[in-house]
Design a protein around this ligand. Structure first.
Ligand code: SAH
Length: 374
């Protein structure tokens, strides 16, 4: 555990922060504060390339202007960068680094940096908590507090870069929350990561358990906002049929698997991109050969990739981890049925790897920095 760096924090409702805004908007902000437009480009460099946390620390800005900004409350005119505070850091033996970040309104969220040869993947949250209540997921146990704003998503990537002293190469929306309940902020954050931090859309993955009628909206909004939809869409399927799926994912009651797969086809038609499917393997429940065969039938004719995720145990549930033999048999069965398949390696198990676990474990100790429960 390391010391948390100091950061800007304000308790009331602040204006729109500068993080998340592009160079032109920052130029306009500079001009609106009586500064030359090029100050906006300096701000951009300091906020994104240097990762500065406080406007007062941008030493290239005129001293009088910095003093002026320091003197007034940040919420007055959106004069704040919008970085979060680090509440806790947990580093696994394999280098996987999980951060608990605090928002300006006292909520907390998880973000994880996962190093592998030549890459650093940041697993970002799109919401504080999650309303989807998937039975195997720790985040779902506490319900939803609120969706994250654009800057709070981008901030997670900057926080991991700062702590791990390495440029993130990939971003996956697989932390807390359901991204399809926060489409605009997710797309705006992707835009910012690509335009302002220089990432490639193809290195970004958006993962969803499925929200009725939102996949075609995501595709259309992505084309409208980003000009193209080249990020990967990953759909958490987790079962080959509706009966088993709704047992594991209560919200699936309102979204039959056939309708979900039809929406995936529409997504492919609109974006021209393949869809990946995630399939959590729960020992004895959905990891048998019969499930692999049913899954392959369900995905026949679908240009897709299946990512198998062995279950990470959470304290609230009695699910079993699948045996290594079951995982391998499932993988081989899909492969034999011509389904492209991979198995996700478990990373950072000793750092509460399952989504939402760190936050839940620390809730007791970090009060009152964490939100109260109703
Ligand atoms: N709401 C989105 C993204 C967040 S969860 C979604 O459901 O896709 C990201 C992935 O982690 C999902 O595939 C989810 O099913 C999986 N996951 C959640 N809890 C898990 C656990 N205990 N073990 C393994 N995978 C888990």
């Amino acid at each position: 555990m390391a010391a948390a760096p100091a950061a800007e924090a304000c308790s009331s409702n602040p204006g729109r922060p500068l993080l998340g805004q592009g160079v032109q908007a920052l130029e306009r902000w500079a001009v609106s504060h009586g500064q030359a437009a090029f100050r906006g480009r300096q701000l951009h460099d300091w906020i994104y390339a240097k990762g500065v946390r406080r406007l007062a620390d941008i030493s290239v800005l005129p001293k009088a202007f910095r003093q002026e900004l320091e003197a007034q409350p940040p919420e007055a005119a959106g004069d704040w960068i919008g970085r979060s505070r680090e509440l806790h850091r947990s580093i696994a033996r394999d280098g996987t680094t999980k951060l608990l970040l605090g928002t300006h309104d006292g909520l907390s969220l998880e973000t994880v940096g996962i190093p592998a040869e030549g890459r650093l993947t940041v697993c970002v949250s799109s919401q504080v908590g999650c309303p989807m209540a998937c039975r195997f997921c720790a985040t779902g146990k506490g319900g939803l507090q609120r969706s994250l704003a654009t800057h709070e998503i981008v901030d997670q990537v900057l926080a991991v870069r700062e702590v791990m002293d390495q440029r993130p190469s990939h971003v996956v929306f697989m932390g807390m929350g359901e991204p399809l309940l926060n489409i605009e902020a997710v797309l705006e954050a992707i835009d910012c990561l690509c335009t302002d931090l220089g990432m490639a859309q193809r290195q970004i993955t958006v993962s969803t358990v499925g929200v009725p009628h939102t996949l075609p909206t995501l595709a259309e909004r992505a084309l409208a906002r980003l000009g193209r939809a080249q990020f990967t869409l990953a759909v958490s399927l987790h079962a080959p049929d509706q009966r088993l799926r709704q047992e594991l994912i209560p919200t699936a009651h309102a979204y039959p698997i056939e309708a979900l797969l039809e929406d995936c086809r529409r997504y492919v038609a609109i974006t021209g991109r393949r869809v990946s499917f995630e399939y959590i393997l729960l020992g004895g429940l959905n990891d048998q050969p019969v499930h692999a065969r049913a899954l392959a039938r369900q995905l026949r004719g679908f240009q897709s990739h299946v990512n198998l995720i062995p279950y990470n145990p959470i304290v609230e549930e009695e699910f079993q981890r699948p045996t290594p033999q079951a995982v391998e048999a499932f993988r081989r069965s899909l492969q034999e049925q011509h389904v492209a398949v991979s198995v996700r390696a478990s990373r950072g198990l000793d750092a509460d790897a399952a989504c939402g676990q760190l936050r839940r474990r620390l809730e007791a100790t970090l009060e009152p920095a964490l939100p109260s429960r109703s």
